[in-house]
Design a binder for this molecule. Structure first.
Ligand code: PLP
Length: 403
């Protein structure tokens, strides 16, 4: 298979068949190369490897066959030239900025990005003279007016967390390129099974492999996919900074990728059914999910995604009309099946209160702007049966009524 042209194969096939590792033992499942270093036939060969005259493995911070297989498979799925794996999604995000930017450069970023990314902007990049302007994900004019001559990167996640807002990747790619900048997209929520940002014009893709690439909540990991030249820079950084992916985790992600398309389809389908059902329930003020016809960017999501994903959020109200933290917490605490945890991308359905957890340290004003209200609850739907999930969410709805 490794000699077939990957551009001729579909995502489902690539996820299973591309970049398979095969040793002399001919194992059908990819082997794990759980080793920190590699040996040489002679001192001269060691010198040639270190000197770069002879290609080959030296040390797992530089290269590791299992990690490389994961990188090649994810690059094929995203349709990118190269991929660099990282120890976590945050390592991938910060590694991309630190390797591609210099003091004086400027980033324009969506306001609705993973919370810790804002800490990287404010606390660390700022320290090295790299400024960030925050804009509204779905407002093209806002992006346009934030661009400066020194803008190098436009950065976004789409759909956004937790409100499922959509960024127009094609339009933002054009805006970036017209201004000599790169468009960097965090594709964590859709994955290449549902969205291919590079095909829409984006330059670089970021992943938290921790989420859907693993799919069962086991390992932390991250990855960056993009053109060879930029990925060389990123690779140089990860080797020196040491934020490399563990070979064991890479193996878990390789296995996770094999079922990615099937999981994304099944989890999206369950989310659609539950979102439509929740919309008509008393106690639900609003459901935020791009798969719903009344979502302001439903048409755009349908155009650039092949599915709407498995994350939605709901705004709740108790029987007395309170739309507050107490109502949200009562709903969450009444569920029995669903896990109360901030992680997502698992086959286990999870529920969280963003205002007091993932967005707990965000300034009040920013929270308001991001729409993270006190009555907002985020659900990341897994693979349990729709009936059992409905029954569990019903416990939450009933708890609202007993106010
Ligand atoms: C979780 C997440 C990250 C961070 O990834 P880690 O693996 O936790 O470091 C980045 N972006 C998005 C969209 C995420 O959901």
């Amino acid at each position: 298979m490794n000699d077939l042209d990957p551009t001729q194969l579909d995502v489902e096939t690539l996820a299973i068949r591309t970049a398979q590792l095969r040793t002399d033992e001919m194992a059908h499942s990819d082997p794990i190369f759980l080793t920190s270093s590699f040996v040489y036939e002679s001192a001269a060969q060691a010198a040639a490897r270190f000197g770069g005259q002879e290609p080959g493995n030296i040390y797992s911070r530089f290269t590791n066959p299992t990690v490389r297989a994961f990188e090649q498979r994810l690059a094929a799925l995203e349709g990118g030239e190269a991929c660099v794996a990282f120890a976590s999604g945050m390592a991938a995000i910060s590694g991309t900025f630190f390797s591609l930017l210099s003091p004086g450069d400027h980033i324009v970023s969506s306001r609705s990005v993973f919370g810790t990314t804002n800490v990287v902007f404010d606390k660390y990049l700022a320290k090295f003279g790299i400024e960030t302007s925050l804009v509204d994900l779905s407002d093209l004019k806002d992006w346009e007016s934030a661009i400066r001559p020194e803008t190098r990167i436009l950065y976004l996640e789409t759909p956004s967390n937790p409100l499922s807002e959509i960024g127009d990747i094609r339009a933002l790619a054009k805006l970036a390129h017209d201004n000599g900048a790169l468009l960097v997209v965090d594709n964590c929520f859709c994955t290449p099974a549902l969205q291919k940002p590079l095909e829409l014009g984006a330059d670089i893709i970021i992943h938290s492999a921790t989420k859907y690439l693993d799919g069962q909540g086991r390992c932390l990991g991250g990855a960056v996919v993009g053109p060879k030249a930029e990925m060389e820079e990123v690779l140089g950084f990860v080797r020196s900074a040491g934020a490399c992916m563990s070979p064991f985790n890479a193996w878990v992600f390789l296995k996770g990728l094999e079922t990615l398309s099937l999981r994304m389809e099944a989890q999206s389908a369950r989310t659609q059914v539950l979102a439509e059902w929740l919309e008509s329930q008393p106690g639900i003020v609003r459901v935020h999910y791009a798969g719903l016809k009344n979502h302001p960017q439903h048409a755009l999501a349908g155009k650039q995604q092949s599915g709407y994903g498995a994350v939605m959020s709901i705004e709740v109200e108790d029987a007395a009309g309170n739309r507050d933290r107490q109502a949200a917490w009562r709903f969450i605490d009444a569920t029995r099946l669903i896990s109360i945890t901030a992680n997502l991308g698992d086959v286990k359905t999870t529920i969280t209160h963003p205002a007091s957890t993932t967005h707990g340290r965000v300034k009040e004003e920013e929270k308001q702007r991001a729409g993270v209200t006190e009555n907002l609850i985020r659900l990341a739907i897994g693979l349990e049966s729709v009936n059992d999930l409905k029954a569990d969410l019903n416990r939450g709805l009933e708890a609202l009524g007993s106010a």
